[in-house]
Design a protein around this ligand. Structure first.
Ligand code: ADP
Ligand code: MG
Length: 598
């Protein structure tokens, strides 16, 4: 008895669909890729109920003829390759000719498409692989593909879907992976009737900030490299913006998002020990290689690829990223996260450092009423030894006056302690325990954080009315979030009113806030709130205060007057946790008297 029979197309397609379309997000990916392959410059994605009831992609690409419109739902129907050789030089996103056949097997699909030189278009309705209707129709040029009721005939699959918020976040991720690298195409994303993203064509950096918010513009270094085997173009995150999760790591090859552990390792290796433990750099890196030298046909969803020049690529990528980071590392030789000693770079070859000369007062008696003073000479030697960015810093103030009566930190308030600003980012002053080097930004962050958290705990907060109210505008998604955070912001002393769905007006700010750019401040706060920075804090109010404090704090590079430094140091020591910033980073490094003597 013969047992074997050939499966009907509809069943074969359903089986294939299991590989290609496992959730709404994968259908979104296939439809967006088709629109790009059609040469579209504007692509609109519309979803309802996280893609469960509707996924629609509208493009202004080449469109399809009447018969192509029918054929495109057949299995192995593709216009992108013709012969085996074509498989080894893929220049399009698709080529397997199975996506639409798979989707049409498990959903109700409505296609409307028109070629640029045709007067009329075609409209097709297909359900579970069966064409229900096809008729000429008046429609714009290009293609609209509407996928309704995904998995309507595969209840098992439908039941496996997660709740809408989860499925939608998968869709958003697919949208990011595609739109990030195709920054020359305009995209929109509309979910349940709300426009969430409206991305204009532009540069990669513009696209990054359209997707993640304005503050992202400042968080990256450009990476660029061109060799015979690869062209690299992208952005790598500054180490201080590293994250606790690997979330924002995007590698693209020839316009395709890929997962490639070895290449990702190359990028991370370039950072070496610039990153704190258990944190990961963010990056968006596009590689352009000869399509003949990669194989993208090793996995149905094409997120895995094989390179012919594996090892060379690895080395080139690592050194390109290193080069981009190089400029940064030079600027931060003095790191506060590598206690206990300073990180003084090795002396140049052949350089014999002169013996340190320190004069001190042998008659020093800490209990004497009027303190005598010790002069510590910071000679030019030090400057030669460690070439400071701005030699003026040392020349202007050659010596630090170190009074002797340093019995406690409180003594700071009595005779005002002399402070020295180093590299326009550190305040050097003297304490009973030694020479203190204070990171000005982190110190200020701590002070502001304490003030903000205190004001949110007290009923009455100090706020100042703005002379000119400031309007702030957000994307619809960010506006939702901002609305959610309004009660917290008000408790810190902000006065904010809603003008429209996405526009807010700020009429007062906390009394200490000297932030001129409120929009950036809030954008950053929202970005932090969405990001991994949240995890360190016990509650959301704390994390918000930390984020705001970070925005409002003085930056490295800001020149401070003697009075400002003294005020900052005094305010800092009034904080119960003066030695660590809200982020957990170290604020003060002490050089002990024994170490100075050495
Ligand atoms: P593939 O993309 O691998 O070729 P698909 O099943 O995704 O396979 O699509 C089949 C064919 O349908 C494509 O090769 C293309 O010719 C046509 N097609 C699909 N979507 C569009 C679109 N948005 N605009 C124009 N043609 C399209
Ligand atoms: Mg396709």
């Amino acid at each position: 008895m013969d047992l074997i029979n050939i499966l009907p197309d509809s069943v074969a397609n359903q089986i294939a669909a299991g590989e290609v379309v496992d959730r709404p997000a994968s259908a979104v990916k296939e439809l967006l890729e088709n629109a790009m392959d059609a040469g579209a410059t504007q692509i609109d994605l519309i979803v309802k109920d996280a893609g469960r009831t509707l996924i629609q992609v509208v493009d202004n690409g080449c469109g399809m003829s009447d018969s192509d419109a029918r054929l495109c739902f057949e299995r192995h129907a593709t216009s992108k390759i013709h012969k085996t050789d074509d498989l080894f030089a893929i220049r399009t996103m698709g080529f397997r000719g199975e996506a639409l056949a798979s989707i049409a097997a498990i959903a109700q699909v409505e296609l409307r498409t028109r070629l640029h030189d045709s007067e009329l278009g075609t409209s097709i309705l297909i359900e579970g692989s069966h064409i229900v209707s096809q008729e000429p129709t008046a429609c714009p040029t290009g293609t609209s593909m509407a996928v309704k009721n995904l998995f309507f005939n595969v209840p098992a699959r439908r039941n496996f879907l997660k709740k809408d918020s989860v499925e939608f976040s998968h869709i958003e991720e697919v949208f990011r992976r595609i739109t990030l690298i195709h920054y020359d195409i305009a995209f929109t994303l509309n979910s349940n009737g709300r426009l969430l993203y409206d991305l204009k064509a532009g540069s990669l950096l513009q696209r990054i900030s359209q997707l993640y918010g304005n503050p992202y513009k400042e968080r990256f270094f450009a990476v660029e490299e061109e060799t015979d085997i690869v062209k690299i173009k992208g952005f790598v995150g500054k180490p201080e913006y590293s994250r606790k999760t690997r979330g924002e790591q995007y590698l693209f090859v020839n316009g395709r998002f890929i997962k490639h552990p070895a290449l990702s390792a190359a990028v991370e290796k370039a950072y070496a020990d610039l990153l704190p433990d258990h944190s990961y750099p963010s990056y968006f890196i596009g590689l352009q290689v000869d399509p003949a030298r990669i194989d993208v046909n090793i996995h149905p969803t094409k997120t895995e690829v094989k390179f012919v020049d594996d090892h060379a690529l690895f080395a080139i990528l690592r050194s390109a990223v290193k080069k981009a980071l190089g400029q940064f590392t030079l600027a931060t030789e003095l790191s506060f996260d590598t206690p206990p000693e300073f990180n003084i770079p090795p002396a140049p070859k052949g350089y014999t450092p002169p013996a340190p000369r320190i004069s001190y007062n042998p008659d020093y008696n800490p209990f004497r009423a009027t303190p005598s003073q010790t002069h510590l000479h910071l000679e030019k030697d030090l400057k030669d030894f460690k070439d400071l960015k701005d030699p003026k810093d040392l020349n202007d103030q050659k010596e630090i006056v170190v009074p002797n009566s340093l019995d406690s930190l409180n003594s700071l308030n009595s005779p005002k302690m002399s402070c020295l600003q180093l590299q326009n980012r550190y305040i050097v002053t003297s304490l009973s325990s030694g020479l203190a080097i204070i990171d000005q930004q982190r110190a200020h962050e701590r002070i502001l954080f304490d003030k903000l958290t205190q004001s949110s705990n007290n009923a009455k907060t100090h706020s100042q009315t703005l002379l000119f109210p400031v309007n702030c505008q957000f994307s619809p998604a960010d506006a939702d979030l901002f609305n959610e955070l309004l009660p917290d912001l008000r408790s810190y002393g902000f006065a904010v009113e809603t003008l429209s769905q996405c526009t807010f007006v700020v009429t007062a700010t906390p009394a200490d806030l000297k932030e001129e750019d409120l929009q950036t401040c809030f954008d950053q706060m929202l970005a932090d709130y969405k990001g991994a920075t949240m995890q360190k804090f016990s509650n959301r109010s704390q994390s918000l205060c930390a984020s705001l404090a970070r925005q409002m704090a003085i930056r490295p590079g800001k020149v401070l007057s003697q009075e400002e430094m003294q005020q900052l140091v005094a305010d800092l020591f009034a904080c119960p946790m003066a030695d660590t910033a809200p982020s957990g980073k170290k604020i003060i490094t002490i050089v002990k008297p024994e170490e100075i003597l050495k």
